[in-house]
Design a binder for this molecule. Structure first.
Ligand code: SR1
Ligand code: MG
Length: 423
């Protein structure tokens, strides 16, 4: 079994890290110069880990170290260091399938739960760009390639049954990270939980309604069951806009520490949810009206295109590269077989779309009523204005989750977003 705290693990400060990196040849080659002159700054603003930016005369690195607890909460919430191993494994897998779309790994140390990666510069966290009203024209093409390739090539459509089972087993130990998702996304927002919070007092009544809404509780429990039981593909597991770094022309997906074999719709839904929250939050941020209109039009068009381009790319991989044990070609001979299989592919995508719609809803609700919020809404200082944006998002999410079957196209989702009003 993987040891959760290796005996030579220690939390590094900037001085420790400098000494450690100075002894690591792959790192010294990348940074150049003398270690005494490297700049090292801890910049982590995520919920779990330390992140250092290290710069030398020849280049830079981002060094991520897992802490033995949840950074957001503190030492009272222990969390296994093994997540750094699963993140490294996932990043390696994603790097093979979509090399331009993830950071290159320079060094990994399992004992220190530490990974040094290519420094992404001048990339910024996409969520920060979205809050500032920036648009990213190349994003849809990149992210849909990332999702289509990483999900398709880890699924039964591409892998033999034996390879798929081995792959599932290699991520099965990441259950503590899955448990965070199971609790914080699929359970706590729907019950009284100490760590829940929301924009009070404005959302007090809405939060109470959600805690009493049994139709919603059934719907989220079905989604939780799917998350627990559907080992469809190696999913990123936390594919929100804080896990994506962008420039105008490049997109890099980071932080796959929640990776495991789960339902594909969870990744797609995570992304759609976070784009939709950027849309709802836009009304709360100071912007010129012209900019706001351009941004909101772009972000909803991006929601539409993310689904459509993902579905197109996934289907095209399936038509060309179906080397897996699912859907044996010998069962679909000739023209009639090919035609029937194509109908089945469309049915598969329709089912995946339904999953994505449900997970979209779950990912919105957790960011407004659960423990971990996002800056899209949090940076709206006027709490009444913030709650108005959040209530519109919650209203859409409730409809998406309870009436999922009535959403048969992505355009129906973006139309409902546009029309969503607060209670
Ligand atoms: C306690 S961890 C809270 C959240 O941060 C991560 O980014 C995941 O979304 C997790 O649910
Ligand atoms: Mg992340």
């Amino acid at each position: 079994a993987r040891q959760s705290t290796p005996s030579d693990y220690r939390i590094l400060n900037e001085t420790d890290l400098r000494n450690y990196l100075a002894e690591t040849p792959a790192v010294t080659a990348q940074l150049g110069g003398s270690a005494d002159h490297w700049s090292i700054t801890e910049v982590g603003d995520g919920n779990l880990n330390l992140v250092f930016i290290v710069k030398g005369p020849s280049g830079g690195l981002a060094v991520k170290q897992a802490l033995p607890y949840v950074r957001l909460v503190g030492e009272s919430w222990p969390l296994p260091l093994s997540r750094a191993h699963y993140e490294h494994l996932a990043l390696t897998h994603q790097g093979r399938l979509a090399p331009a779309l993830v950071p290159a790994i320079v060094h990994h140390d399992p004992a220190l739960a530490l990974t040094a990666m290519e420094l992404l510069e001048p990339h910024i966290i996409m969520r920060k760009g979205l809050v500032a009203g920036s648009i990213y024209p190349a994003f849809t093409d990149h992210i849909t390639t990332f999702m289509a390739r990483t999900l398709f090539f880890s699924s039964d459509l591409a892998l033999s049954a034996a390879a798929k089972k081995d792959a599932i087993a290699s991520f099965a130990g990441n259950h503590a990270l899955c448990k965070i998702t199971e609790d914080l996304i699929f359970t706590d927002p729907y019950r009284v939980a100490e760590q829940n919070r929301w924009t009070a007092p404005w959302l007090d009544r809405t939060a109470a309604e959600i805690r009493e809404d049994l139709d919603l509780h059934v719907a989220v429990s079905r989604l939780k069951l799917k998350f627990l039981s559907s080992a469809e593909a190696l999913i990123h597991g936390d594919l929100h806009t804080g896990s994506i770094m962008v420039t105008d022309t490049e997109t890099k997906v980071i932080d796959p520490e929640f990776a495991f074999y789960g339902p594909m719709g969870f990744d797609v839904g995570a992304l759609l949810a976070n784009l939709l929250m950027a849309y709802f939050a836009s009304a709360g941020h100071e912007q010129t009206p012209g900019n706001r209109e351009v941004f909101e039009t772009w972000v909803l068009a991006t929601v539409d295109q993310v689904w459509s381009a993902f579905a197109d790319e996934f289907l095209s991989l399936w038509r060309k590269e179906a080397t897996g044990d699912a859907y044996p070609p010998s069962l679909f001979p000739g023209e009639a077989g090919a035609a029937r299989l194509e109908v089945e592919r469309q049915a598969y995508m329709a089912r995946l779309f339904q999953d994505a719609v449900g997970f979209t809803a779950a990912k919105i609700i957790r960011r407004i009523l659960g423990l971990a919020h996002n800056i899209d809404f949090e940076q709206i200082e006027d709490t009444k204005r913030r709650a108005t944006c959040e209530a519109r998002a919650l209203r859409l999410a409730r409809t998406l989750m309870v009436e999922t079957a009535s959403f048969t196209s992505i355009e129906a989702v973006t139309r409902a977003a546009r029309e969503s009003r607060y209670w």
